[in-house]
Design a protein around this ligand. Structure first.
Ligand code: TLP
Length: 340
């Protein structure tokens, strides 16, 4: 199988498995797991934040951020196709009790003026705007890199209104590698940041949330309330550290492979590439092939290619380290044969 469904499907490397096996561990609820402590320290330093917390998933990281920043009845501004709005099962409302305020963006980027005008005035009728969420890279916008100037403009508006900014940086390292900027550059325009170790970086489990020490202290309690206070979690933190040390620079290969894939698929009659491919996501409109998205996904499965349905007419391909360039070329050829 050539699995393009997501970069979440990567299996841990031999080095990661060895690191897990050899990890020094302790009880992390007592903050006694040296491997977790080391991962958190290194992650905080990479992002230029005072502290960091190892959490079970990107979703848990984003939810802990909302729970820590907001109170029930508050409103959170986010892009209309943000993962926290579309793909987290309504958790902002279900858990933090906050109301989302979606703002349609262009390639995932919200217009700073629209963000400013969405901030609620102090009025007895209105909810309080207590958080602005950004997402970089933007998943639904096809892995688009949100320009750092856009983040800066929104961060300045947020600061002048004393509203914190949370960055869903599930794929922040992809944004950094694609733009030649550091994750710290991006993180400097957010108060708190979540990034995933288990997407393109290839670790088996986990995400990081980073921010000011006081935030991390409160977030640690929310993590405990959510059942995310793990014990000898150095076993899963150690591969995360390997991911940060070994797997960042190689993301460029995934981006190159995504471009090769988009070029190849774009040349097949009936297939249109929907997004401008900047990182590791390719969104393809298959309506000209005679198949709808569901049928297309099924036909590809028969050819041992796994992709994800995105809408009734589009499917998503994600490149990652468990798909090499030869497999990318094989997939293009097989899809060409299927359509023509
Ligand atoms: N994204 C997954 C699915 O949930 C759609 C994927 O395959 O792309 N933020 C962003 C921007 C994400 O893309 C994801 C996962 C998350 C948060 C949540 O991470 P996990 O899956 O670790 O909870």
């Amino acid at each position: 199988m050539i699995d393009f469904r997501s970069d979440t499907v990567t299996k841990p490397t031999a080095t990661m498995r060895k690191a897990a096996y050899e990890a020094e561990v302790g009880d992390d609820v007592y903050k006694e797991d040296p491997s977790v402590n080391k991962l958190e320290e290194i992650a905080a330093e990479m992002l230029g934040k005072e502290g960091a917390l190892f959490v079970t998933s990107g979703t848990q990281g984003n939810q802990i951020a909302a729970l820590t920043h907001c109170k029930p009845g508050d409103e959170v501004i986010m892009e209309a196709n943000a993962h926290v709005y579309v793909y987290e099962a309504g958790a902002f409302s279900a858990l933090a009790g906050v109301q989302p305020r979606p703002i349609p963006g262009v390639r995932g980027a919200m217009d700073p003026f629209e963000v400013a005008s969405a901030i609620r005035a102090d009025d007895i009728h209105f909810p309080e705007t207590s958080l602005i969420c950004l997402e970089n890279t933007h998943n639904k916008a096809g892995g688009a890199v949100i320009p750092i100037d856009n983040m800066k403009a929104i961060y300045e508006i947020a600061n002048s209104n004393r509203i914190p900014v949370h960055l869903d940086g599930a794929r922040l390292f992809n944004a950094a590698v694609a733009s030649g900027k550091s994750v710290k550059d991006f993180a400097s325009y957010a108060d708190t940041v979540q990034f995933c170790l288990s997407k393109g970086l290839g670790a088996p489990v986990g995400s990081i949330i980073a921010g000011p020490s006081e935030f991390i202290q409160k977030a640690r309690k929310w993590r405990k309330r959510l059942g995310g206070g793990l014990r000898q979690s150095g076993m899963i933190a150690a591969p995360g550290l390997v991911a940060l040390q070994n797997n960042v620079d190689r993301l460029v290969e995934d981006h190159d492979n995504a471009k090769i894939l988009a070029n190849g698929l774009g040349n097949i009659n009936g297939i249109t590439i929907v997004n401008e491919v900047e990182t590791n996501i390719v969104i393809v409109d298959v309506s000209g092939t005679g198949y709808n998205a569901e049928q297309f996904v099924e036909e590809l499965r028969k050819k041992e290619i796994l992709v994800g349905g995105y809408s009734s007419e589009t499917v998503r391909f994600v490149t990652h380290y468990d798909v090499n360039v030869t497999q990318v070329k094989q997939a293009i050829e097989k899809i060409d044969n299927l359509i023509n």
